[in-house]
Write a protein that binds this ligand. Structure first.
Ligand SMILES: O=C(CO)COP(=O)(O)O
Length: 222
């Protein structure tokens, strides 16, 4: 199996801007280099280019619009993300939901630009459905647990297991991440044991007093 993927979404948390964001990226890069784990980071759009310049981590956008370059104003264009140094993008995060048609268009534009894709989903049915778009990853995140501090691995292992089944019954090549309330190595271990390829998390790292300690714990049981 490929190295597990830990994807840290900085969201729009104040702790995820500027100097703090750079500190998180720095420790994430160090830990990824020292261990057999892949760590990616999804900063605010303004930090994509600086992160690309200063760190060797996979850098993800938090959203992309399904438009091609041209006369659009205020859109997030996949080719522009790629040019800024993004290597991938989240699509349809629970806090940036899209219609099915928008997900398809966003995914297509990300693919055409050569970005790695993570389609976020909220339940087993949407996990299975989104797999038809052939993203690199489906990230199942029960919305009610996001930011709750209650780990999906403990509170709802069934949704992880069933999502893995739903995704792989459509396309065994699509990898699965899980997220919501993930903050410890034990949560990550359970997620991997349930058949996922890693986790997508935010507050556990971004809002931690010591993000390095949390990151080290997160990978401690891999
Ligand atoms: O939405 C999430 C990651 O994209 C999960 O957020 P938390 O890790 O804060 O629960």
């Amino acid at each position: 199996m490929a190295a597990p993927f830990i994807l840290i979404n900085l969201k729009s948390y104040a702790e995820g801007f500027g100097y703090n964001a750079q500190k998180i990226a720095q420790v994430a890069e160090k830990i990824a280099h020292e261990n057999d784990v892949r760590i990616g980071i999804a900063p605010g759009y303004m930090d994509i280019h600086p992160f690309h310049v200063h760190y060797s981590l996979p850098v993800f956008a938090q959203h992309v619009d399904g438009v091609t370059p041209g006369a659009h104003t205020g859109h997030i264009v996949a080719d522009a993300l790629k040019a800024a140094g993004a290597t991938g993008t989240l699509i349809n995060h629970s806090e940036r939901r899209l219609t099915l048609a928008d997900i398809e268009a966003a995914h297509r534009s990300a693919r055409n630009a050569g970005l790695e894709t993570v389609i976020c989903t909220n339940n087993v049915a949407t996990s299975g459905a989104a797999t038809f778009f052939e993203p690199d990853y489906i990230a199942i995140e029960p919305p009610e647990l996001i930011g709750s501090g209650i780990s999906v691995s403990k509170a709802d292992p069934g949704i992880i297991e069933k999502s893995v089944e739903a995704v792989h019954s459509v396309n065994a090549g699509v990898k699965v991440l899980t997220g919501a309330g993930i903050s410890t190595g034990e949560c990550v271990r359970t997620a991997l044991d349930l058949g996922t390829d890693g986790v997508l998390l935010a507050s556990g790292v971004v809002k931690a007093a010591d993000p390095e300690a949390v990151l080290r714990d997160l990978i401690s049981k891999i």
